[in-house]
Design a protein around this ligand. Sequence first.
Ligand SMILES: *Cc1c(COP(=O)(O)O)cnc(C)c1O
Length: 522
Amino acid sequence: MSVNRSGWRPEAPQAGGVDAPTFTGNRALMLDEPLIFEIGSTATTGVDIPEIATGPSRLAGLERSAPIGLPGLSEPEAVRHYTRLSRQNYAIDLGLFPLGSCTMKHNPRLNEKVARLPGFADVHPLAPVDTVQGALGVIDELAHWLVTLTGMHAVAMSPKAGAHGELCGILAIRSALEERGEGGRTVILVPESAHGTNPATAAFAGFSVEDIPATAEGRVDLTALKARLGPDVAGVMITNPNTCGLFEREMKAISDAVHAAGGYVYCDGANFNAIVGRVRPGDLGVDAMHINLHKTFSTPHGGGGPGSGPVVFSEALAAYAPLPFVEKTAEGLRIVEEETAGDHHARSFGRMVAFHGQMGMFTRALAYILSHGADGLRQVAEDAVLNANYMLRSLDDVLDAPFGGAGPCMHEALFSDDGFAEGFTTLDVAKALIDEGYHPMTMYFPLVVHGAMLVEPTETESKAALDQFIGALRSVAARAKAGDASLKTAPHFAPRRRLDETLAARKPVLVWHDPALAEAAE
Ligand SMILES: *Cc1c(COP(=O)(O)O)cnc(C)c1O
């Protein structure tokens, strides 16, 4: 259906039965919205600016020769365009986000208020250090909390996401090995239950990656791990709690075995919210671990904001941590920007980012930590685990829970597609959840489970919210088991029907081409 410049579809049929398109393309208050290029006209503009008298050009012949082609809209048209688009987005402020391995929890408004205080919001990374002592104090205090909560020795605050933190940890491991003259240790072992970023990080840092199988219980196979350790192994990367939503109970034994074989232990701490206040990874022999402030400590992420992935280090690796970092001195806080020979950080592997990290996320995370206190953080973990187990036990009679028999889960509940009618898949369930008003859960991950559905309710959902989601998923699961054909074409109520996912992933159309120009070129 073509769209003319005003956004109307003159050839659209009149509204008919329930499934017939409407004249406008809107579905009740879910408003359809074409691209801004399709509704705006290059011939109009929302502002009146007098013609500018131009002098001789100083662009040495590099002036634009063709019109720029930006569509013009009036202010109300522009406001409506972006507001309509924003309504097609799902957000944590609209409803429960069941995504597993993402920890999409509520972002408290108090955090936002604190982050917007001008003294924090307007701070500039190049401001003289004596004018930003308060901001540095926030970084220092947050660093203290992170080191204390994890029982580790030091923390690098600058990495900007979980995956970035993994790279930071692995680079520190590489530096330590090189200094020991053991650069020949080129293998990183990664269990099947690890997050996908773990093998990607190890490979990116130049290591070769080898799989360690999972047990039938969904945990690391300790015997297989021990059998593979040797003089070519640099270390392991273990996600704990793992992506099956299970705590690696043998973590200490794993660390001891890896250390005895001369390797280091990287722990992916993205799921720290399930154990914060209850377990200190330092006590389990971990050498480096990232913490996703945008997960455990509730700072916004995804479309809502940047991540932040500080990395805590054991004593063995602390000396290799990246620059810059904040240090307390007798004259106040300072930023250490360079290696100084003979100093404790002389062996730093270098710098990962231009400046000091995500200041706005530090203020939000510290606000979250201080508003909960140490006892409140412990309850965060307990409630996250309680909610996930409530989810698991409320659904395991209608959905197959592959590790459900292995005891309670941690922060996320894992289901498989076992028992669906012939031809019905996890994808169908996910699409039908959209009709129920939910963002789908994580699907087809972890890979160790067929047609995986990974649900993380988080501790910020009430029992009523959990019950409604459980009701929706029970209903959809029952339809998948009964072979309800309408499931195959879901979603029926979303702005778009079932999309060609493969085409969208493999050949995304990211650039708009003016059909008028294409026509003229023919
Ligand atoms: C989210 C996540 C990551 C990656 O973190 P980003 O901040 O998205 O880069 C790594 N591991 C696990 C287990 C995760 O859940």
